[in-house]
Design a binder for this molecule. Structure first.
Ligand code: GLN
Length: 484
């Protein structure tokens, strides 16, 4: 379980080559994939070729970046030129993107070694990775359970050491909830910090790409590599990116931390509540000033999200019509039946459900009652956060109300599945940075996650708080069963 810094040290001191590190990661992938199914596509040739380039640089005495030679997993909704990108959907079964996403372009330039594309809920819609059209990823801590979702493949791969770090995307919790279920660190950055160019759109006003790592530092290093202005994403923020690793100081003296009152109470597992409360005590011991904060409109986050996200999805997914790219139904008798059959056969049940909800919410006569209303409530939720950040620097809550559930347990009950993201969704609606890190285990040995929320562009403070807590605890040093 080496960290990026340890591996970097091994590389520059020539104790180990990038080829050796990559080969070891690929061996772990081959060994664990029959059980875990974290990856939809494994790319050993490209990985070894990239590793070879890094080794050549080292041999030539050139400086290498921290990520050079580091095995990484990429969620399969990020376009990789010429490498199958399915989004977990049949409709993109044969899709080979003609271009590369900005984040993977940056990672390739840094010398990171992509070992494969990770599994996800179809079009990132889900909380368990069970909505993938291809396979169900297992939780490395208990393979009868889900890894969370929608970035479940990335979270499981990092937890099980199939790669060192991974990228995911988070629209309502899809990085933080699987990080919590798999006992790793996951960060959703401020909206606009990381370019979405080449990320297959789900709900464009909420989607953000972010890192998974086994430690806060690993996540910070990956964030550093992908953050920054990109003219190819019109919502990208043109701001100076600080050195995130500089904020990793294990001291919280004077930091004002608010505990979101509304995230405790009904629906929250007792064991999760206790672990988070203990973590808050530890933050206090590290010097933080703790106060209770009320975000009264927080509870409207879930219904608001389930109007806005499907509305945007219904527009974004209109492009899959069997004409431009992706799957096309055969034997259709007319253009219209080709469209309808393509979409009926190509999309899974959850995606269809959201397209229908979104189309309904946007239709004339209902637009004001649903979509416009939801946008207004979104503003109110944002205002709750703004008010909170007048008296505190950071907010904390549980990441998810429960620990990982059994595969199949919630598949026939969408509402109970949606509730998994109760505490993460408001953060996306407000565009704020949020991180999940391990803060305990339940009686079955399943990880529990603590969510730390920062003000706009205060990833530095979020990372500092997470780092201080991590250094004072040893949750991140535990390994899942599947690695034993
Ligand atoms: N689970 C939520 C959903 O199903 C969030 C997904 C995400 O963040 N991509 O939409």
């Amino acid at each position: 379980m080496a960290s990026i810094r340890e591996l970097h040290q091994q590389l520059v001191s020539k104790a180990r080559s990038a080829t050796e590190i990559t080969t070891a990661a690929l061996e772990t992938v081959n060994k664990l994939e029959p059980q875990l199914k974290s990856f939809l596509t494994i790319t050993p040739e490209q990985a070894l070729a990239q590793a070879k380039q890094v080794d050549a640089k080292i041999a030539a005495g050139e400086d290498i970046s921290l990520l050079a030679g580091i095995p990484i997993g990429i969620k399969d909704n990020l376009c990789t030129k010429g490498i199958r990108t399915t989004c977990g959907s049949q409709i993109l079964n044969n899709f080979l993107p003609p271009y590369e996403s900005t984040v993977t372009t940056k990672l390739a330039a840094a010398g990171a070694v992509m070992v494969g594309k990770t599994n996800l809920d179809e079009f990132a819609m889900g909380s368990s990775t069970e909505n993938s059209a291809y396979q169900v990823t297992a939780n490395p801590w208990d393979t009868t359970r889900v890894p969370g979702g929608s970035s479940g493949g990335s979270a499981a791969a990092v937890a099980a050491d199939e790669c060192v770090v991974a990228l995911g995307s988070d629209t309502g919790g899809s990085i933080r909830q699987p990080a919590s279920f798999c006992g790793v660190v996951g960060l959703k950055p401020t909206y606009g910090l990381v370019s979405r160019f080449g990320l297959v759109a789900y709900a464009s006003s909420l989607d953000q790409i972010g890192p998974f790592g086994r430690t806060v530092e690993d996540a910070a290093i990956l964030l550093q590599a992908v953050a920054g202005y990109d003219p190819q994403d019109s919502t990208s923020l043109d701001v100076k990116i600080p050195d995130y690793t500089k904020s990793l100081i294990p001291d919280l003296k004077g930091k004002r931390v608010g505990v979101i009152k509304e995230t405790f109470g009904e629906g929250l597992d007792q064991v999760v509540a206790e672990a988070v409360e203990t973590a808050i005590q530890q933050l206090k011991e590290l010097g933080a000033e703790i106060q209770e904060i009320s975000c009264p409109r927080f509870r409207y986050g879930l219904p608001t999200y389930y109007v806005i996200a499907p509305s945007e999805a219904s527009a974004n997914l209109a492009r899959y019509d069997g004409v431009k790219y992706g799957y096309r139904a055969e034997d259709a008798e007319s253009l219209m039946s080709m469209y309808t059959q393509t979409r009926a056969q190509g999309f899974g049940a959850e995606v269809k459900r959201r397209i229908m909800i979104g189309t309904y919410a946007l239709s004339s006569g209902y637009y004001d009652a649903y979509y416009l209303k939801a946008q207004k409530v979104r503003t109110l939720i944002k205002q709750d956060f703004e008010a909170a950040f007048e008296s505190v620097d950071l907010l904390v809550s549980p990441t998810s109300p429960t620990t990982s559930f059994k595969a199949g347990e919630k598949t026939s009950d969408p509402i109970s599945m949606y509730l998994s993201d109760l505490m993460t969704i408001p953060v996306n609606l407000a565009g704020l940075p949020g991180l999940s890190l391990p803060c305990g285990f339940d009686a079955q040995g399943l990880p529990i996650g603590l969510q730390i929320i920062g003000n706009v562009l205060r990833e530095d403070q979020v990372l500092q708080t997470a780092y201080a807590y991590e250094q004072a605890t040893d949750w991140h040093q535990q390994s899942p069963k599947v690695c034993a």
